[in-house]
Ligand binder design. Structure first.
Ligand SMILES: [Zn+2]
Ligand SMILES: [Zn+2]
Length: 118
């Protein structure tokens, strides 16, 4: 391949990559580069890189693949877990896409339960 530079020390090469249909790598996730289109598809779709090509033609990065799975199948929300910094709080979220983050105040076991009859 002919170099565009007039400086004989400067080399160039062609690299292949594909941007995620959802984010176009706009969120700073740089799509991996490959030396051939065959290498690109083989690595993205068969190696464990987490990309997916959907039937509608969209190609999704690992982040948006998980979002698409939640859109299709619902979120995988965890059970309420103890908050690491505040014993009075519990939290949960979707373990697949990371959304649906919620936290709530845990009732204090030292306090008597509130009653609507009082
Ligand atoms: Zn994406
Ligand atoms: Zn989710």
């Amino acid at each position: 391949m002919e170099s565009e530079s007039r400086d004989p020390r400067v080399r160039s090469e062609t690299l292949y990559w594909i941007d995620c249909s959802a984010c176009n790598a706009a969120d700073g996730l740089r799509a991996p580069r490959f030396r051939s289109e065959e290498d690109l598809w083989h690595a993205l779709l068969t190696a464990d890189r987490g990309w997916i090509r959907l039937d509608d033609g969209r190609v999704l990065c690992p982040i948006h693949r998980r979002v698409a799975e939640c859109d299709s199948n619902g979120h995988a929300v965890t059970l309420w877990a103890a908050h690491p910094l505040d014993a009075n709080l519990a939290w949960r979220c979707c373990t697949r896409c990371g959304s649906l983050f919620e936290q709530r105040v845990v009732p204090d076991p030292a306090m008597p339960p509130t009653s609507s009859a009082s």
